[in-house]
Design a protein around this ligand. Sequence first.
Ligand SMILES: Cc1cc2nc3c(=O)[nH]c(=O)nc-3n(C[C@H](O)[C@H](O)[C@H](O)COP(=O)(O)OP(=O)(O)OC[C@H]3O[C@@H](n4cnc5c(N)ncnc54)[C@H](O)[C@@H]3O)c2cc1C
Length: 233
Amino acid sequence: MAELTQPATVLSVIDLTPHVRQLVVLPKTQKLSFQPGQWVSLKLPVGPKPPLNRAYTMATPESPSGELTLVFDLVPEGMGSGYLYNLKAGDKLLLSGPYGNFVLPQPLDREVLFITRYTGLVPIRCMLKALYAHRETSPILLIAVGPAENELLYHDEFLSLAVLHASFRYLPLVASSDESAVALTVTMLRPLIEGMSHVLPMLCGIKKFVRPLRTFLVETGYERKEVKTETYD
Ligand SMILES: Cc1cc2nc3c(=O)[nH]c(=O)nc-3n(C[C@H](O)[C@H](O)[C@H](O)COP(=O)(O)OP(=O)(O)OC[C@H]3O[C@@H](n4cnc5c(N)ncnc54)[C@H](O)[C@@H]3O)c2cc1C
């Protein structure tokens, strides 16, 4: 991780759902150039041995102004997300980056199957913003699991995207436990996968969600390395 560590200012704070917050931050020393799916490392002044390093993915593609949009859920007793939840516009942060290989291949020549749980949607949202900004793209199916109906991130945005673009299918699911999130996704996915040609699967969320679903996809005929994953914990 040789990238510069630099100060950044919080420009705005808004709630996207009752437990998910968006921070727009502006790096002060150097503009970051990044690909959708990449993340920054925040160095937070908390924990037994500060700084506490926590990764947050950009939710919006690179912009001329250099602002970064970060979106996170408040993890119960989570030190990092708890600290971020108390930040206000004008506060300062230290960050470095960008990092990460969870990005779309170029060119994109296959249907994409995105499967996400809760804030695991953040990198995918960034990719979708970039993909649909200029042109039509390969067909995309997004399965997004949230812990409650009012915690479905970007729900209205994706409903609108599905209306505007025939190539985009959006399947939101609600499941509160780790086990039910996996079970419900498998139930919905099984018949869909059978009717699809070989797609590019990209999965993001915590390990308890991502790993069993990767195993499921491997059992249906995908090679392990074909299933791209990003895990948060
Ligand atoms: C590459 C990468 C990108 C990430 N991008 C994002 C992002 O865009 N948005 C975001 O909210 N988080 C993201 N994370 C997770 C983030 O870095 C922190 O781990 C998360 O905010 C929890 O930190 P904490 O200190 O509050 O909780 P901790 O005290 O570290 O507790 C983490 C525990 O809570 C559970 N948990 C529940 N929800 C989450 C969650 N969302 N992330 C991690 N663990 C969770 C885990 O099972 C884990 O055991 C990313 C992580 C990685 C590795």
